[in-house]
Design a protein around this ligand. Sequence first.
Ligand SMILES: Cc1cc2nc3c(=O)[nH]c(=O)nc-3n(C[C@H](O)[C@H](O)[C@H](O)COP(=O)(O)OP(=O)(O)OC[C@H]3O[C@@H](n4cnc5c(N)ncnc54)[C@H](O)[C@@H]3O)c2cc1C
Length: 417
Amino acid sequence: MGEEVDVLVVGAGPAGSTAAAALAERSLRVLVVEEHEAVGYPVQCAGLVSSRVLALAGSERFVLGAVRGATIFGPGRAKVTFRAPEPRAFVIDRAGLDRHLADRAARAGARFLTGAKFDRLERDGSGPPTSVLRHSDGSESTVRARLTIGADGVASAVARAHRLRRPVEILPAFESEVADGGGDPAEVEVYLGRSVAPGLFGWSIPDQAGGARIGVAATPDGTSARAYYGRLLERIEAGRGRTLRAPTSFLVSGIPIGEVPRISGDRVMLVGDAAAQVKPLSGGGIYTGMRAARLAAEVAGAALTEDDLSARSLSRYDAGWRAALGAEFDRASYLRRLFLRLTDAELESIVRALDRAELTGTIVAFGDIDFPSGVAMALLRQSPSLVRLFPKALGALWGRGAGRSPDLEPGPRRQAT
Ligand SMILES: Cc1cc2nc3c(=O)[nH]c(=O)nc-3n(C[C@H](O)[C@H](O)[C@H](O)COP(=O)(O)OP(=O)(O)OC[C@H]3O[C@@H](n4cnc5c(N)ncnc54)[C@H](O)[C@@H]3O)c2cc1C
């Protein structure tokens, strides 16, 4: 007979530990299992977040520095720089964030088991199913949980075991820390273009110690993310006018983009990358995953009290998620479809068109890394040269199916960062 708990959280990333803390605070028996021996490692992230993440985490101790702006490089020579007077994003020690969130959950009463991987489900009758864990020494143990929260990232074994469909696009990503790769420490760099990163972008994020986290994520098209990374590095070296020191480590991972039709089912909920709660325009998922984890924990807490863990009861989480971030994700997905149709020449002319004081002013006024669709819509309204894209916008609208409005007039929202 294995262990019995109220909630089994699979995965001790930001989403899992946030859900675990919120549920343990309600005096529920919460077990978090993490396949790696140490929470936070290996790091698979560039670690750029908004102040909302610091607020949700209730701490700033993992912050390495602030950035105030960005330079966006087009596929050719065009570039545009914008800079805000105040910090707009924070470079963090990502492993430090994960450890802080796990410590907070443990202090609230959640139990962590590391080196323990959720392997499969065994169903015997109508009660809670049994989760089989595989430990790093090869042994197995079982847990019976009234509710399982799948916070197990891009490849979610929990989603598979509970038969929740995830028809998402997974963008391969490749990143390295380059010790002397830094540009301006107050600025991130974004590189656009089909030869650098078709389907998303390349980035250089100052690590606040003279180096940079240089990486790329791209639509799979036969060229590996590593090869795109090599091209990006050459481009950055050309821009810096020097050869950079060889990186000592790399990370290879994937970014899930798309809509998961159901993020809950009988006795199960998915949060974070497992639910593809990743911003479609940037691939960032720390804020959205933590936000979703809070929403999931609220619904889970009530459902456990009512002892109704049916798919219907837990679908309040799906509705809560849609209400909180659905409109932003719809707009951003629409803009992403538009972005995917752009040729390099069009991207280049957009970057050139943006390099005007009134437009960079709009970017500074409305730019928000968690809600990027607001500034994109404001720019589309403001600039006649960007409006030339509208025939393509209509094409993208048809591509998303009849009857759903792309909502081209949402009105820019200024979000405090
Ligand atoms: C290269 C790259 C750069 C990124 N940069 C940023 C950025 O700058 N800002 C941003 O906001 N987002 C960024 N992201 C996205 C961000 O990293 C993710 O959205 C975020 O980590 C999702 O959190 P999570 O808790 O859902 O999943 P994860 O952080 O992936 O955590 C999942 C956890 O589950 C564990 N696990 C997996 N399977 C099992 C199993 N079967 N049993 C037990 N444990 C398991 C894993 O070991 C892991 O610890 C980046 C992603 C990549 C790939």
